[in-house]
Design a protein around this ligand. Sequence first.
Ligand code: HMG
Length: 389
Amino acid sequence: MSSVGIDQISFYTSNYYLDLQTLAKTQNIDPEKYYVGIGQEKMGMPAHDEDIVTMAASAAAPLFSDEASKSISTLLFATETGIDQSKSAGVYVHRLLGLNENCRVVELKQACYSATAAVQMACALVARQPQISVLVIASDIAKYDLDTPGEATQGCGAVAMMIRAEPRILQIDPEVGNYTEDVMDFWRPNYRKTAIVDGKYSTKIYLKSLKKAWQHFAESSQYCFSDLEYFCYHLPFSRMAQKAHRHLSKVNKSTLDAQAIDAQIEGSLLYNKLIGNSYAAALFIGFTSLLENSIEDLSGKRIGFFSYGSGCVAEFFSGKVLPGYEKHLFAAEHATMLNNRQELSYEQYIALYHAPDPREGENVSIVADTTGKFRLAGICEHKREYVAV
Ligand code: HMG
């Protein structure tokens, strides 16, 4: 069987961010709690006319530079920030990107885990028909109640990945380790815009799931801890990944020193520190960060991935970075996007946080705000109207 995996990867985050120093100042607490304690510096805030659809389309647009690339067979859209109980957000993206009418589109949900499920399903489809391409998009807005411990871990982002046979970036290994348990650590009932979270408990369940998924992976695959040279974790905040990786290295009685252990994840944390949690997109934005910021050539290196979705479903899987991968990245575009963002004052952040969100079916027209390629122009007769900018 030919190898299957990630052929291209691109991400998007909003133009706006709140520096966590600003949040700490208004809360009258030491900014180091955020900068060091949770390891986050900034959190992305979507513009008034942005949502998971516009972010997803902006993330995926660079993968469709020519007509031939539009002939994908399937679009899998992973999110937990759903905009409709029935229609897949991916169908709007399908039109915005001009994808072909024979493309199948569906939305997947299991908290932050769903993008990994989408990637595995895409790999299975491609393994069956190696000539096809499957687009996986994860897009989310992490929103918590104001003045709660979760507030500083908000963020937003979307990642788009083309899954193909003979990929140019990452060959994904077929063996995985899974763990599922019915727990209430983080959830969002249909009537709420913000998640309900038992923060400390969620961090414990994350670590338990890591150990369980790892054990299953170790039993199912030919790889052990020392075969994996770098690691990417689901990133609710970067300190979580640091704790998780130290925990996994102890579970495996690694002989590496603390510095070497931290270095195995460092590159994967950089974008997350500037964006915040992007739920389903976070793991793969972390992978992009590793690819685009590693000083070492990653060709031939095997990477371990830990995907965690509250509720909870977890998966450990691995993949090998392919020679020449760096030629297929969008590193310069990502750097420009992150460098050109606009900082918000606390008052501007609060205005965006409370952005009008029609619930009773009233018609609204939304002023142009985003610097992204697509925007939500309005909602009329319950229909969301998306346009290219
Ligand atoms: P908290 O309880 O306010 O924080 O929020 P804390 O008091 O535990 O402090 C955090 C760390 O900062 C501690 O270090 C402090 O010592 C340190 P630790 O004990 O952890 O090593 N600290 C300082 N450090 C330096 N200088 C200072 C200072 N002050 C304190 N001055 C909590 C933490 C995780 C509860 C909160 O952020 C939260 O509720 N977050 C949301 C939930 C979350 O992200 N959970 C993570 C696991 S679940 C998950 O990943 C899934 C998720 O993405 C959703 C999905 O799957 O869909 C969330």
